[in-house]
Ligand binder design. Structure first.
Ligand code: ATP
Length: 268
């Protein structure tokens, strides 16, 4: 496949208030990216450029992708995303070319945010036991591309990883991924916010107590909470459906009746 044609450009629609918790992270990202771009003159006068590269690290499912999309949304940028492992599997033998094309496309559609999810898969320490020559040339390509972008904030590279410890340190030098931000798992307040966001458009039963759910879901990531809420909705529909079948309705009738019902989601 042609790499250039395969680079997908998205126009994201994730706003800061679609992300629960992470207040400090949001502020840091706004300060680092949004403010300098929205107030170019002031920052130019002060000689401050927005960063070219930001590394988000932390446990899986905690909103790193969402944050990257929110940055793009807020600065009105296009979004180009790729998962580290894909650069190998899908682009075997053409990985460097793919990276080159991503940056070329980004410049073409600038302002743009390039998002590398699971960057550890393409950029482990060179010369380490994990790193091999294959990785080396990919990392070199990525470094060259990052050095090649200007710091006017037209192209910003955001990367995410659960394993910052295995990333090639060359990537973390000034002018590359020099903003390194930890994305923590959600605490009680963040879990409650995430639950509120995820149930925003759901008809909840009046006795659903999101505070209680937030309290007992210690250790859940945002992704886990999203799944919990979805499962509650699916279970609720299944329950109603089974009840109707028991009342003697066939599948079609049961579904039809379900459509008329004022379903409220419970979360027991
Ligand atoms: P991974 O490390 O596995 O790539 P991630 O940190 O990039 O995960 P996301 O892809 O941003 O996580 O989030 C996973 C899912 O969980 C998404 O559907 C997202 O909506 C939801 N989610 C995670 N964290 C939050 C949050 N803080 N607020 C709202 N939704 C969240």
């Amino acid at each position: 496949p042609s790499a250039m044609r395969e680079v997908l450009v998205e126009v994201p629609k994730v706003h800061w208030d679609d992300i629960g918790g992470l207040d400090e992270v949001k502020l840091e990202l706004k300060e680092a990216v949004e403010w300098p771009i929205k107030n170019k003159k002031i920052y130019e006068k002060l000689g401050i450029d927005p960063p070219k590269g930001i590394l988000l690290y932390g446990p899986p499912g905690t909103g790193k992708t969402l944050l990257a999309k929110a940055v793009a949304t807020e600065i009105g940028a296009n979004f180009i995303a790729i998962k580290g492992p894909e650069i190998f599997s899908k682009w075997f033998g053409e990985s460097e070319k793919m990276i080159r094309e991503m940056f070329r496309k980004a410049k073409q559609v600038a302002p743009a945010v390039i998002f590398f999810d699971e960057i550890d898969a393409i950029a482990p320490r060179r010369g380490s036991s994990i790193g091999t020559n294959v990785y080396d040339s990919i990392v070199n390509q990525l470094l060259a591309e990052m050095d090649g972008i200007t710091t006017r904030g037209d192209v910003i590279v955001i990367a995410a990883t659960n394993r910052p410890d295995i990333i090639d340190p060359a990537l973390l030098r000034p002018g590359r991924f020099d903003r390194i931000i930890y994305i923590p798992p959600p605490d009680y307040k963040a879990r409650l916010e995430i639950l509120k966001i995820k149930t925003r458009n759901m008809p909840l039963a009046p006795d659903v107590n999101l505070e209680e759910i937030a309290r007992i879901t210690e250790g859940y990531s945002g992704a886990d909470l999203e799944l919990l809420v979805k499962e509650a909705a699916i279970n609720r529909i299944r329950l109603s459906y089974e009840l109707k079948r028991k009342q003697g309705l066939n599948e079609e009738e049961a579904l039809k009746e379900l459509g008329k019902e004022d379903i409220k989601i419970t979360m027991d």
